[in-house]
Design a protein around this ligand. Structure first.
Ligand code: FAD
Ligand code: NAD
Length: 465
């Protein structure tokens, strides 16, 4: 009889966990995945990437009809919102994709252990009252919303909500206050602004989108303001009170000063996410967490406890689905005795608004701290395809090492920046110079030509400006 029930047991079936499970099974390991949710796919498929993109995509069409973009192209329509149908297609998208993971588990012979798992020792886990043993256990429990002290989130009531509640609203709020001008606040704030809400974003810092390049952050503020959002930067929320269906939000300057109150029908709390470890029984295996509550690993995703590994949002690094997926593949390969690697220096990030904001590698500020750099910039207004499509906002910026010309970072604001950034990530993965990108033939007319032109601008020679 085998020493353990499984070669690998993965805790959590989000992009980190389900991908690790499938790859482990593909590599011939006997694999199980414990998931407490009703459906597989984690935050990403159930209440994150996918449902938010379903609403962003649909509301973008509505906005294009309502804000005159379609009229500019000779299509005059007065859109009528059928929110129930819009929400229905979101639910369908989630159902289809989470069901798809269940199918892939069956196809690859991954056992889904239904329930929340808790460690008994490093090789023994309890799931829904049953004890299961495994030679290797991968923690892929993901993250959940960071609460704002003193502010009670009640998604069922629908007044003070987190991202999950903001995805499920059944009517368009007249006034919405978004606490936190990060990715979730801007994506979901955009959805409801497009559908008719007056949206105010309250951000603690002096710019939106922390972590992104400084020029991108400044441009983001201009673009979102132009689209009709009210931005209260350098402002903190000190309290939220709810009376019936109305909320009163008290804010004051981040540095201190006079407080003011704002009224809203819906308040979205989106100030970040924190790792999920409650109830996991980490104390039973003596696994400590760092100051941010994350589980630390080495480059192979091993924790300090022999046989226990971790990937995804629960470990340090950007909380992104594709980062979790790549780590899921790598951890399974490492467990199987292969060499699984993730290059954490080249992980693209995308904000899926209109236009999209995307970047990979170093910001200009971080690159300058490391040494001499050259920067090439090209405006989307001078890109033939963007101009023709009535998408004038944005630019591409290529940052290269002044001595070697190696590309250190690429930043794009464009309608399809999320798609454009893939070529920059691939170029950087291959160690490209700005000259390599500048001399790569790009199809015309495409938005991606702006990346070529920004690379040409690194040496001062773009053609179209
Ligand atoms: P998760 O997806 O959080 O999955 C962890 C799973 O583990 C959960 O299903 C949970 O139920 C389960 N679990 C936890 N504890 C236990 C336990 N003890 N036993 C059993 N199961 C357990 N990222 C992007 O890259 N692109 C996007 O467009 C994007 N949009 C987002 C939009 C929103 C609104 C949100 C909230 C997030 C978004 N993200 C996006 C982030 C992305 O969802 C996460 O980075 C990603 O899901 C992390 O994957 P993970 O596998 O580490 O964890
Ligand atoms: P975030 O870290 O992107 O933004 C949070 C913002 O809230 C920051 O700008 C921060 O300065 C601000 N903030 C913090 N405390 C505040 C306070 N008291 N008052 C006002 N502002 C305050 O976090 P998020 O938007 O909640 O997203 C969480 C995670 O989910 C992110 O790490 C992100 O990577 C991931 N996510 C990714 C995508 C995507 O890839 N498109 C989409 C959604 C979420």
């Amino acid at each position: 009889m085998a020493e353990y029930d499984y070669d690998v047991l993965i805790i959590g079936a989000g992009p980190g966990g389900y991908v690790a499970a499938i790859r482990a099974a593909q590599l011939g390991l006997k694999t199980a995945c414990a998931e407490g949710r009703e459906t597989l796919g984690g935050t990403c498929l159930n209440v994150g990437c996918i449902p938010s993109k379903a609403l962003l995509h649909a509301s973008e069409f509505y906005d294009a009809a309502a804000n005159g973009t379609m009229a500019k192209m000779g299509i005059k329509v007065k859109p009528e919102l059928d929110l129930a149908t819009m929400q229905g297609q979101r639910i369908d998208a989630v159902k289809g994709l989470t069901g798809g993971i269940e199918f892939l588990f069956k196809k690859n012979k991954v056992d889904w252990l239904k329930g929340y798992a808790s460690f008994k020792d490093a090789h023994t886990v309890e799931v829904a009252g049953k004890t299961v043993t495994a030679k290797n256990v991968v923690i892929a429990t993901g993250s959940s919303v960071t609460p704002l002290p003193g502010v009670e989130i009640d998604n069922a009531k629908g007044v003070v909500v987190d991202s999950t509640g903001a995805l499920e609203l059944t009517s368009v709020p007249k006034k919405m206050i978004v606490i936190g001008g990060g990715v979730i606040g801007l994506e979901l704030g955009s959805v409801w602004r497009r559908l008719g809400a007056e949206v105010t974003v309250v951000e603690f810092l002096d710019q939106l989108l922390p972590g992104m390049d400084g020029d991108v952050r400044k441009e983001a503020a201009k673009i979102f303001k132009k689209q009709g959002m009210t931005l209260k930067l350098s402002t903190k929320v000190t309290g939220v009170s709810v009376k019936g269906k109305k909320a009163t939000v008290t804010v004051e300057p981040s540095a201190g000063g006079t407080a003011e109150t704002l009224e809203a029908d819906v308040v979205l709390v989106s100030i970040g996410r924190r790792p999920n470890v409650d109830g996991l029984g980490l104390e039973a295996i003596g696994l400590e967490r760092n100051q941010r509550g994350q589980i630390e690993t080495d480059h192979e995703f091993r924790t300090k406890i022999d046989g226990v590994w971790a990937v995804g949002d629960v470990i340090p690094g950007p909380m992104l689905a594709h980062k979790a997926e790549d780590e899921g593949i790598a951890v399974a390969e490492n467990i199987a005795g292969l060499t699984g690697i993730v290059n954490h220096d080249v992980i693209p990030g995308v904000v899926y608004t209109m236009p999209e904001f995307a970047g990979v590698g170093l910001t200009e500020e971080a690159a300058k701290e490391r040494g001499e750099i050259k920067v090439g910039k090209f405006p989307m207004l001078a890109n033939s395809r963007a101009k023709t499509n009535h998408e004038p906002d944005g630019f591409v910026k290529v940052i290269a090492d002044a001595g070697t010309d190696k590309v250190l970072g690429v930043w794009c604001i464009a309608s399809v920046a999320g798609t454009m950034i893939a070529q920059a990530a691939q170029a950087m993965e291959f160690g490209a110079t700005s000259e390599d990108i500048a001399y790569t033939c790009h199809a015309h007319p495409t938005h991606s030509e702006a990346i070529k032109e920004a690379a040409m601008a690194v040496t001062g020679k773009p053609i179209h400006i």
